[in-house]
Every structure is written in structure tokens, then in C-alpha cells.
Design a protein around this ligand. Sequence first.
Ligand SMILES: [Zn+2]
Length: 269
Amino acid sequence: MMSEKVELLGRYANIPSELTIKALPTSSELDYVGAENFEQTMLEKILPKSIEEKINLNELYEIDFQWLCRCLRFINYGPYHTVNSIFCDKCGPVRQEVRVDLRTVAVKPLPADFSNDIVLKKEELLDYKKDIHLKLLTIKDAMNLKEDRLFFDESGKTKTELARICYMIRSVGQKNEPITPVQAKMIVENELSPADYMIVKELVGKLTDYGLRAGGRCTCPKCHSTTAAFIALVDDRFFRPTVGDLRDGRDDRHQWPAENLPGSETTTV
Ligand SMILES: [Zn+2]
């Protein structure tokens, strides 16, 4: 059974920096992943069988979880995916089926000296007078916040942006006085001015922007430009392959997925 070493984007106290991912005996297992609760299915059923090392998957950063899911997709189904439209720099939007290579989607690794304390300096804010300390979400955080009623709107839908920010806030002012998402929500809603909230949203996006990018490079079927782009939202998850994708993937197995590992040269869209 095929297996690959995958280097994680983050560094952990209790998880090795490199994991061994093996192909599952039958890809029928992976039919689950189209299911409603993708993350839970992956964490509880698929990844424990695919990762050789015994680790607590809940501790993984969300970006590493997404990265592992992508690597598992490569190992089980190859790197090809069929999209319905692409964007060409010469022709504009091209609406037709195009087979794209998911390895062209870049991965932004964490800096080598990354410590999970990202500081949003008070000098960046207009009114608020304290530094805001942030942490990257673990996959468990990302799952929990979706179930957190505190962040539901009237119709019971999660206010995702607010919830993610509040779960990321580790503390304000003092680094060593951690606060809960409930406390963070009170601060965001009662102490941040609307202008500062806008700034916080933008800076949180910038300061925590790591992991898989949301698109890759492809060849335009009309003009054959090789700098066309396709969208591959991380939320699209497993990129269900067509039979053609699988055949192409089988033909160049030997080429992946090492070239897409963190630190290697990849094209950013
Ligand atoms: Zn074109």
C-alpha cells in the first residue's frame, strides 16, 4: 500500500513534524467525505486509519488538517480535478470543463520561528488601547465554533466571521491572561468601535493567512496560455475526481506529492 511522508506546516509539542500518510485499502472509505460533517468524518474515521503515527488529531491546526486532507486526496485519487470554469488572463472567464492539477495550489507555511502568539498591536487600532493576542485555530476550535450557540444569528446560522475572530483571540493587553470566546465576544461587541472592528477583521485575515491557497494555475483551453487560474476553495474539501482525473493521476504517480511540500517552489494565485 502506498504511503508518503508529509511535513506539517506547524510545529507541535506532541506531534512529530512529519507524518506518514498511507493510501486507504479501498477508496470506498472516502465516500464518507462527501458527507455533511466532513471534518468530523475525517477526524474520527478517515485520518486515524490513514496516518501511521498515533497522534491527537484534535491538536492539529486547522491549516494542517486541511493540508493533510489534500495530501490524502493526492495519495488516494491523484492530483487531477475537473472544474467547470477557469479564468484566463487573455480570454477572461472561460466556462467549460478543464482538468486542473491541484499540485499547482500553493501552500503558505508558517514562519520557522512561529510561536502561536500573534500580536495585533494597539498602534494599528484607532480607538482601542490594548494589544490583541491571537492564536491560530485548531481543527477542534474550528469545529466547536460552528456548534457554539453564542454565535448563532436569529435564524440559527453561525456568524462565522465573528465566531472565528472570538475563538482566535487569546488575550487582550496582558499575554498571560487568557480569555474565553465569550469574553472575547463581549470585548468585540462592547469595547471595539465599528472602525476598529473593521481594522481587526482585516488584520486578523492578514496575520493568520497561512496554509493552502484558494486557487492554482492551469492551461487555458482556448488560447493555451499557461498562466490561467482556477479556484480551489479549501471549503470544497475533497475535490471529487472524475474517472478521467483518476486515469491521469495514475499515469504520473511518481511525481507527487513531494513537490508541493512546504518550502518548495510553487506558484501563488
Ligand atoms: Zn485564454
